[in-house]
Design a protein around this ligand. Sequence first.
Ligand SMILES: [Zn+2]
Length: 382
Amino acid sequence: MRVDAIQLTRDLIRCPSVTPQDAGALDVVQGALDGLGFTCYRLPFGEGADRVDNLYARLGTASPNFCFAGHTDVVPAGEQNHWQNDPFGAEIRDGAIFGRGASDMKGAIAAFVAATSEFIEDAADFTGSISFLITGDEEGPAVNGTIKMLDWLTEKGEILDYCLVGEPTNPGKVGDMAKIGRRGSLNGRLQVRGTQGHVAYPHLADNPIPRLVRILDGLLARDFNDGNDHFQPTNLEIVSVDVGNGASNVIPEMAEARFNIRFNNAQNDDDLQQWVRSVCDGVGGNYSLEMRASGDAFLTPPGILSGLITDAVSKVTGRVVELSTSGGTSDARFIKDHCPVSEFGLVNQTMHKVDECVRLDDLAELTAIYREILTSFFKGKK
Ligand SMILES: [Zn+2]
């Protein structure tokens, strides 16, 4: 039985699964996978308003297990009346399906299900397994989704051998770019305190601004110069400096700055935090510092998985896919602790925007690429 990627994309968009609501989206995926003979497990985690439903499905029991990962939740539609069509209507216009989640990433889920249906029609006797790891909690806090599903898989002894995440990775055309890793991101907020006073009597006050400036200067003085074949150099940006002092005759009590460090795999969260603290301590005085990282940078070095993507893209589209580590974070940051993971999906031009859409041609191309990946991966594994 063949699954039609267009129909499945439309069925999914018509479920208004604004995170953390499911609105029937996982039932739609499960219905299609049930029809293909998958064994499905629903994995709700969390309580009350935090409860999130998730789905793990597997076809076959043998290894290797090739997993497709993704999310059915979407970001809110925003101003509904700014959309040309109902954001949950999945209308087809000008050769594209319009709706929230079309690009990020219901279209890719539909493409992978359709590709699987075509693959098993041709190779029903393949040796190995195909699985789906689908969360309803990627666009939200990402607490009751992929992390807990991966724990559940570990407890059950389920092993993923390779994982392809269907996030929209292509800037212009399907086949432009795949992601083989991501940078880490560290946010910091620094408050330097002194003693308020009159500018004409500085000996009675303690101005925190010079200390803040010296600390920031110390942070900016570091030239990370740590770029490598797969990552650009680590970069620290000061994103805000605030004193909020409206008076010209007052020495303020407090000065604050915020910064972000996008770091590559030559750095790690702990070391960077320690370094920032050492710069602050070097200047001294009364300060408080809050820092929070999204996780360390990671890289799946080019190998079997990136080779499958590169070859499939070339065969289907004739394009040379760029293997990149640019962009924001995704659930791949959790999966990388379990197996090699890369990301490849649709065009990301309209994701999270008004009039989000997926071109029908792109959907067909992505389905063909996913199918080619499955065919090459399981070739010879009979
Ligand atoms: Zn996404």
